[in-house]
Design a protein around this ligand. Structure first.
Ligand code: NCD
Length: 299
């Protein structure tokens, strides 16, 4: 594996291999073995979990971690272009982890860099390591990913975490997938056209809530709207409350890539359905697995 730009760069076999590595790192977080490596984090967009879990993962593997968390602190603020910034990181590090507000920015970086590039989120496009983490959470909850009914709730139009996970499910056999959102926030056509499983879009979750095994919620991706008026129209258009969560099957789980704003009732935290904090904690072992695979070799 060289770059990880899209979830489509992986296949089911590789994903399952990453799960086994993540299991190993979950048991032994201070694994080390990569003391001769440097990982660079280039975060051009806000991040808490992704940036910190990549940094923690690199350090747990024994690697050095360098980088920046906002472009304001870099020479981009002086007018340097992205390509030159990438060329520099390519000199200093063995692997570049990049988050950027523009769709396609990670692919662009991978074309310039000789070292591997890992996409930590590019615009509304993809967030592949989040998907591996999400799939790992599902597999750890149910022992499988196939045969389950999924309900995606919220901003399915701009959320890159949803986008990558929908593409990832093409490699598995979901029983059915529901897209629950206001019409203007449903999955984009270019994504829908590539899905190889049964799906249905609807606005009211109550109709299907008792069928769902995995509910995946996202916040409205306010920063992706070009027109503030369009955002205002959907701002408070959905919310998963405790009453809805209580209608779920007892084994059902609720996931969220976080951050959450006000689309999720905090009361859900106390229910057995809430899996989002466990999901977030898997960010470290899963990213250790990804980095170790990319940095190479058996150690
Ligand atoms: C997500 C992202 O940045 O795409 N956050 C994350 O990485 N956990 C989801 C979001 O911002 O809503």
């Amino acid at each position: 594996m060289h770059d990880l730009i899209s979830i489509k760069d992986l296949n089911r076999e590789l994903i399952e291999e990453l799960f086994l590595l993540a299991d190993k790192y979950n048991k032994n977080r201070h694994a080390g073995g990569f003391e001769d490596k440097v990982v660079a984090g280039a975060f051009f967009e806000p991040s808490t979990r992704t940036a910190l879990s990549f940094e923690t993962a690199a350090k747990m593997l024994g690697a050095e971690y360098i980088g920046f968390r906002s472009w304001e602190g870099t020479s981009l603020a002086k007018g340097e272009n992205l390509a030159d910034t990438i060329r520099m990181l390519d000199n200093y590090a063995d692997c570049i982890v990049m988050r950027h507000p523009n769709d396609g920015a990670a692919r662009f970086a991978a074309e310039i860099a000789e070292k591997p590039v890992v996409n930590a989120g590019d615009g509304k496009n993809e967030h592949p390591t989040q998907s591996v983490q999400d799939l790992y959470t599902i597999r750890n909850s149910f022992g499988k990913i196939d045969g389950l009914t999924y309900g995606f709730v919220g901003d399915l139009h701009y959320a890159r975490a949803v986008n990558s996970l929908l593409l990832a499910l093409n490699m598995f056999k979901p029983k059915k997938v529901y897209f629950i959102s206001p019409e203007s926030l449903t999955v984009r056509g270019e994504v829908l056209r590539t899905l190889n499983y049964k799906y249905e879009a609807l606005a009211d979750p109550n109709k299907v809530i008792d069928e769902i095994d995995v509910m995946y919620i996202t916040r409205i991706q306010k920063e992706r709207f070009t027109d503030p008026y369009e955002y205002k129209k959907v701002e408070a258009s959905y919310r998963v409350d405790l009453a809805l969560a209580e209608k779920m099957k007892s084994s059902a789980i609720i996931m969220h890539p976080l951050p959450r704003i006000n689309e999720t009732d905090r009361g859900i935290d106390r229910t057995k359905h809430a899996k989002y904090f466990a999901q977030a904690s898997f960010g470290v072992p899963v990213r250790m697995a990804v980095l170790s695979k990319i940095l190479g070799g058996k150690r």
